[in-house]
Ligand binder design. Structure first.
Ligand SMILES: N[C@@H](CCC(=O)N[C@@H](CS)C(=O)NCC(=O)O)C(=O)O
Length: 226
Protein backbone atom coordinates (compact mmCIF):
# COMPACT_ATOMS: atom_id res chain seq x y z
CA UNK A 1 0.00 0.00 0.00
CA UNK A 2 1.42 3.32 -1.11
CA UNK A 3 -0.84 5.45 1.08
CA UNK A 4 -0.50 5.51 4.89
CA UNK A 5 -2.70 7.40 7.34
CA UNK A 6 -1.26 7.89 10.81
CA UNK A 7 -4.06 8.19 13.35
CA UNK A 8 -4.26 8.38 17.12
CA UNK A 9 -5.98 6.11 19.60
CA UNK A 10 -9.55 5.96 18.34
CA UNK A 11 -11.24 7.18 21.51
CA UNK A 12 -8.84 10.13 21.78
CA UNK A 13 -8.21 11.29 18.23
CA UNK A 14 -10.98 13.54 16.99
CA UNK A 15 -8.86 15.27 14.33
CA UNK A 16 -7.71 11.96 12.91
CA UNK A 17 -11.31 10.76 12.82
CA UNK A 18 -12.20 13.58 10.42
CA UNK A 19 -9.41 12.70 7.98
CA UNK A 20 -10.10 8.97 8.25
CA UNK A 21 -13.80 9.55 7.54
CA UNK A 22 -13.18 11.68 4.45
CA UNK A 23 -10.88 9.00 3.00
CA UNK A 24 -13.32 6.18 3.79
CA UNK A 25 -16.36 8.07 2.49
CA UNK A 26 -14.46 8.60 -0.75
CA UNK A 27 -13.56 4.94 -1.16
CA UNK A 28 -9.84 5.74 -1.03
CA UNK A 29 -7.68 2.84 0.08
CA UNK A 30 -5.08 3.44 2.74
CA UNK A 31 -3.12 1.61 5.39
CA UNK A 32 -3.86 2.74 8.93
CA UNK A 33 -0.96 3.20 11.40
CA UNK A 34 -1.71 3.82 15.03
CA UNK A 35 0.07 6.41 17.16
CA UNK A 36 -0.56 5.74 20.83
CA UNK A 37 -1.81 9.01 22.29
CA UNK A 38 -1.98 7.64 25.83
CA UNK A 39 0.73 8.64 28.27
CA UNK A 40 3.49 7.57 28.69
CA UNK A 41 3.88 6.33 25.06
CA UNK A 42 2.37 9.56 23.70
CA UNK A 43 5.53 11.69 23.71
CA UNK A 44 7.72 9.00 22.13
CA UNK A 45 5.17 8.06 19.46
CA UNK A 46 4.54 11.68 18.50
CA UNK A 47 8.27 12.37 18.36
CA UNK A 48 8.54 9.61 15.71
CA UNK A 49 5.83 11.40 13.68
CA UNK A 50 7.96 14.53 14.01
CA UNK A 51 10.71 12.78 12.04
CA UNK A 52 8.66 13.17 8.85
CA UNK A 53 5.85 15.65 9.68
CA UNK A 54 6.53 19.22 10.90
CA UNK A 55 3.74 19.49 13.54
CA UNK A 56 4.51 16.05 15.10
CA UNK A 57 0.78 15.48 15.45
CA UNK A 58 -1.84 13.20 13.93
CA UNK A 59 -3.42 12.81 11.47
CA UNK A 60 -0.75 12.60 8.78
CA UNK A 61 -1.35 11.12 5.35
CA UNK A 62 1.73 9.93 3.49
CA UNK A 63 0.77 9.39 -0.12
CA UNK A 64 3.77 8.28 -2.15
CA UNK A 65 6.31 11.01 -1.55
CA UNK A 66 3.80 13.59 -0.30
CA UNK A 67 3.27 14.21 3.41
CA UNK A 68 -0.07 15.88 4.18
CA UNK A 69 -0.06 16.83 7.82
CA UNK A 70 -3.33 18.49 8.76
CA UNK A 71 -6.83 17.03 8.97
CA UNK A 72 -8.37 19.76 6.83
CA UNK A 73 -5.75 19.35 4.11
CA UNK A 74 -6.30 15.57 4.14
CA UNK A 75 -10.07 16.06 3.92
CA UNK A 76 -9.75 18.41 0.95
CA UNK A 77 -7.32 15.99 -0.72
CA UNK A 78 -9.83 13.16 -0.23
CA UNK A 79 -12.50 15.36 -1.79
CA UNK A 80 -10.19 16.06 -4.75
CA UNK A 81 -9.06 12.50 -5.53
CA UNK A 82 -12.03 10.41 -4.39
CA UNK A 83 -15.23 9.12 -5.95
CA UNK A 84 -17.05 12.49 -5.90
CA UNK A 85 -16.23 15.96 -4.60
CA UNK A 86 -17.20 16.44 -0.96
CA UNK A 87 -17.66 20.18 -1.41
CA UNK A 88 -20.48 21.81 -3.40
CA UNK A 89 -19.65 22.91 -6.97
CA UNK A 90 -21.62 26.14 -6.70
CA UNK A 91 -19.17 28.86 -5.48
CA UNK A 92 -21.55 30.36 -2.90
CA UNK A 93 -22.58 27.03 -1.45
CA UNK A 94 -18.96 25.93 -1.45
CA UNK A 95 -17.89 29.08 0.39
CA UNK A 96 -20.60 28.51 2.97
CA UNK A 97 -19.54 24.87 3.51
CA UNK A 98 -15.92 25.97 3.79
CA UNK A 99 -16.95 28.60 6.35
CA UNK A 100 -18.40 25.87 8.54
CA UNK A 101 -15.23 23.81 8.06
CA UNK A 102 -12.98 26.75 8.91
CA UNK A 103 -15.08 27.57 11.96
CA UNK A 104 -14.63 24.02 13.21
CA UNK A 105 -10.95 24.03 12.39
CA UNK A 106 -10.30 27.26 14.24
CA UNK A 107 -11.89 26.10 17.47
CA UNK A 108 -15.69 26.34 17.02
CA UNK A 109 -16.48 27.07 20.66
CA UNK A 110 -15.26 26.36 24.16
CA UNK A 111 -17.61 23.40 24.30
CA UNK A 112 -15.24 20.90 22.68
CA UNK A 113 -12.51 21.57 25.25
CA UNK A 114 -14.98 21.18 28.10
CA UNK A 115 -16.65 18.03 26.79
CA UNK A 116 -13.61 16.18 25.47
CA UNK A 117 -13.87 13.56 22.77
CA UNK A 118 -12.27 11.13 25.23
CA UNK A 119 -15.03 11.75 27.76
CA UNK A 120 -17.71 10.81 25.25
CA UNK A 121 -16.50 7.21 25.65
CA UNK A 122 -16.47 7.17 29.47
CA UNK A 123 -18.85 4.62 30.98
CA UNK A 124 -20.41 7.47 33.01
CA UNK A 125 -20.60 11.04 31.77
CA UNK A 126 -21.26 14.11 33.88
CA UNK A 127 -24.31 16.26 33.16
CA UNK A 128 -23.77 19.32 31.00
CA UNK A 129 -23.55 22.57 32.92
CA UNK A 130 -26.16 25.25 32.07
CA UNK A 131 -23.66 27.29 30.03
CA UNK A 132 -22.65 24.15 28.10
CA UNK A 133 -26.29 23.26 27.42
CA UNK A 134 -26.82 26.81 26.16
CA UNK A 135 -23.79 26.56 23.87
CA UNK A 136 -24.98 23.17 22.62
CA UNK A 137 -28.33 24.78 21.78
CA UNK A 138 -26.55 27.51 19.84
CA UNK A 139 -24.74 24.92 17.69
CA UNK A 140 -27.90 22.88 17.19
CA UNK A 141 -29.70 25.99 15.98
CA UNK A 142 -26.88 26.75 13.52
CA UNK A 143 -27.11 23.23 12.08
CA UNK A 144 -30.91 23.38 11.99
CA UNK A 145 -30.86 26.72 10.11
CA UNK A 146 -28.25 25.37 7.69
CA UNK A 147 -30.38 22.30 6.94
CA UNK A 148 -33.49 24.46 6.49
CA UNK A 149 -31.60 26.68 4.01
CA UNK A 150 -30.04 23.85 1.99
CA UNK A 151 -33.07 21.58 2.09
CA UNK A 152 -30.87 18.76 3.49
CA UNK A 153 -30.44 15.90 4.00
CA UNK A 154 -26.93 17.17 4.89
CA UNK A 155 -25.71 20.64 5.78
CA UNK A 156 -24.83 21.65 2.22
CA UNK A 157 -27.45 19.42 0.59
CA UNK A 158 -25.39 16.34 -0.31
CA UNK A 159 -22.89 14.92 2.18
CA UNK A 160 -19.90 17.27 2.42
CA UNK A 161 -16.72 17.77 4.42
CA UNK A 162 -18.69 20.12 6.68
CA UNK A 163 -20.84 17.24 7.95
CA UNK A 164 -17.80 15.02 8.50
CA UNK A 165 -15.95 17.75 10.39
CA UNK A 166 -18.78 17.95 12.92
CA UNK A 167 -18.94 14.20 13.66
CA UNK A 168 -16.76 14.45 16.81
CA UNK A 169 -18.87 17.38 18.06
CA UNK A 170 -22.09 15.48 17.49
CA UNK A 171 -20.57 12.54 19.38
CA UNK A 172 -19.82 14.83 22.35
CA UNK A 173 -23.33 16.30 22.37
CA UNK A 174 -25.08 12.95 22.10
CA UNK A 175 -22.89 11.38 24.79
CA UNK A 176 -23.76 14.25 27.11
CA UNK A 177 -27.46 14.04 26.26
CA UNK A 178 -27.89 17.45 24.68
CA UNK A 179 -31.60 18.10 24.16
CA UNK A 180 -31.99 18.45 20.40
CA UNK A 181 -35.80 18.26 20.40
CA UNK A 182 -36.31 22.00 19.70
CA UNK A 183 -34.25 21.59 16.51
CA UNK A 184 -35.81 18.60 14.68
CA UNK A 185 -33.83 19.02 11.43
CA UNK A 186 -30.58 18.95 13.38
CA UNK A 187 -31.80 16.01 15.46
CA UNK A 188 -32.54 13.94 12.34
CA UNK A 189 -29.26 15.03 10.71
CA UNK A 190 -27.25 13.92 13.75
CA UNK A 191 -28.90 10.48 13.70
CA UNK A 192 -28.35 10.16 9.94
CA UNK A 193 -24.71 11.23 10.16
CA UNK A 194 -23.82 8.94 13.05
CA UNK A 195 -25.51 5.98 11.32
CA UNK A 196 -23.21 6.22 8.28
CA UNK A 197 -21.26 2.93 8.11
CA UNK A 198 -17.83 4.58 8.31
CA UNK A 199 -18.83 6.65 11.36
CA UNK A 200 -20.39 3.64 13.07
CA UNK A 201 -17.26 1.55 12.38
CA UNK A 202 -14.89 4.06 14.03
CA UNK A 203 -17.22 4.55 17.03
CA UNK A 204 -17.63 0.80 17.57
CA UNK A 205 -13.85 0.35 17.65
CA UNK A 206 -13.42 3.36 19.94
CA UNK A 207 -16.06 2.02 22.34
CA UNK A 208 -14.15 -1.25 22.74
CA UNK A 209 -10.97 0.54 23.95
CA UNK A 210 -10.11 1.25 27.59
CA UNK A 211 -11.12 4.85 28.45
CA UNK A 212 -8.47 7.56 28.16
CA UNK A 213 -8.95 9.40 31.45
CA UNK A 214 -8.45 13.16 31.48
CA UNK A 215 -8.06 14.86 34.80
CA UNK A 216 -9.82 18.08 33.85
CA UNK A 217 -13.18 16.48 32.94
CA UNK A 218 -14.89 17.47 36.18
CA UNK A 219 -13.15 20.86 36.35
CA UNK A 220 -12.87 21.71 32.67
CA UNK A 221 -10.73 24.34 31.02
CA UNK A 222 -10.86 25.61 27.47
CA UNK A 223 -7.82 23.92 25.90
CA UNK A 224 -7.69 21.19 23.23
CA UNK A 225 -10.67 22.22 21.11
CA UNK A 226 -10.54 19.20 18.73
N1 LIG B 1 -4.82 21.12 13.31
C1 LIG B 1 -4.40 19.74 13.42
C2 LIG B 1 -4.62 19.24 14.85
C3 LIG B 1 -4.03 17.88 15.06
C4 LIG B 1 -3.99 17.49 16.53
O1 LIG B 1 -4.05 18.33 17.45
N2 LIG B 1 -3.87 16.19 16.75
C5 LIG B 1 -3.75 15.65 18.10
C6 LIG B 1 -4.42 14.33 18.22
S1 LIG B 1 -6.10 14.30 17.66
C7 LIG B 1 -2.30 15.44 18.36
O2 LIG B 1 -1.60 14.79 17.61
N3 LIG B 1 -1.83 16.03 19.42
C8 LIG B 1 -0.48 15.88 19.80
C9 LIG B 1 0.21 17.17 19.96
O3 LIG B 1 -0.28 18.17 19.40
O4 LIG B 1 1.21 17.14 20.65
C10 LIG B 1 -5.20 18.91 12.42
O5 LIG B 1 -6.33 19.30 12.13
O6 LIG B 1 -4.71 17.90 11.92
Amino acid sequence: MNRILYIGTKNASSWALRAWLALREQGIEFEERLIDLRPPQRALDLAKVGDFSPPAAVPVLVDGGTVIFDSLAIMEYASDIGERPLLPADPRKRARARSLLAWMHSGLSGLCGRLSFESSFYPERRAMKPAEAQEAGRLLKVWNDELAASGGPYLAGDLSLADLAFVPVVRRLQAHEADASPWPLAETWMRRLMARPAVAEWMAEAERLPPVWLEDYAAPDLRSPG
